[in-house]
Design a binder for this molecule. Structure first.
Ligand code: ZN
Length: 259
């Protein structure tokens, strides 16, 4: 099996482990970039804990991104465009002959995340601890500051926060706009996207990094929930966050953690 696909299968099954409470049933989807301008993305209807290579479909990055630029597509048109974006790895036929395997409806946001600098793996989950916060009235306030150094080392200076948006193309557009604002603000691409009333997206250079970011964000969410029992979060100052984010020893640690 293709090595990238193998890593994607392992990452997906790890994210799907029931005791981690990141997804249940068909929740969540994952993707990985190939060097030839295509990417693997979970097909609709497959479950992360038991997924195999057959549960992934190979899609053209360019064709998936082209969907983002179009206005006013109906749900049926989007489905058809996603089917057209598939690549058959054996024959290079376009579209792939197996019409029963359909890319996830979230394929477009995976494509745009994978088009960012230095992103090769994406993991989207619905963790219980994180959704306890994304589904709360205090969502934005809860994630408006950083809590501890390892959170910054693994997850960057801030997450991108996305207000609740209809899944599919509208959500992909909102994510694209807010990622661009984030890059303008921080001068680098994000590692974490938090979707209000929905879940988490972890962006990594490696599969291991996606798993680490996901685990660290779940820990952050649990710590945050604890702080609300004792007066609310005490956030680090902007200077403290900048200091951790730019320290050479932290950059070294990051490298050891899969960057
Ligand atoms: Zn989702």
């Amino acid at each position: 099996m293709n090595e990238i696909l193998q890593q994607l299968v392992t990452m997906s099954r790890n994210l799907g482990r029931p005791e981690r409470e990141l997804v249940i049933l068909g929740e969540g989807n994952t993707s990985a970039l190939n060097p030839d301008g295509t990417f693997w993305v979970k097909a609709s209807g497959y479950q992360l804990p038991t997924i195999t290579a057959d549960g992934f479909v190979r899609v053209s990055l360019e064709r998936a991104l082209a969907i983002l630029r179009e206005d006013a597509l109906t749900d049926e048109e989007i489905k058809a465009r996603l089917l057209d974006a598939r690549v058959d790895p054996e024959t290079g036929r376009w579209p792939a002959p197996n019409t029963s395997i359909r890319p996830s409806t979230e394929t477009v946001f995976h494509a745009l995340c994978l088009s960012l600098d230095d992103v090769a793996f994406v993991g989207h989950t619905h963790p219980i601890a994180i959704n306890a916060l994304t589904c709360s009235r205090g969502f934005e306030e809860a994630f408006s500051g950083r809590l501890f150094p390892d959170e910054i080392v693994m997850c960057g200076p801030a997450p991108v926060l996305i207000p609740y948006t209809d899944p599919g193309l509208p959500l992909a557009r909102e994510i694209w706009q807010r990622i661009n604002t984030y890059i303008d603000t921080y001068g680098e691409r994000p590692r974490v996207i938090l979707l209000q009333n929905h879940g988490l997206v972890a962006l990594g250079r490696t599969a291991e990094q996606v798993e680490n970011i996901t685990a660290m964000m779940v820990k952050t969410a649990r710590v945050l929930l604890g702080t609300y029992a004792v007066g609310g979060p005490h956030f680090l100052s902007t200077q403290q966050v900048d200091r951790i984010h730019t320290r050479p020893d932290e950059a070294y640690r990051r490298k050891l953690l899969g960057e």
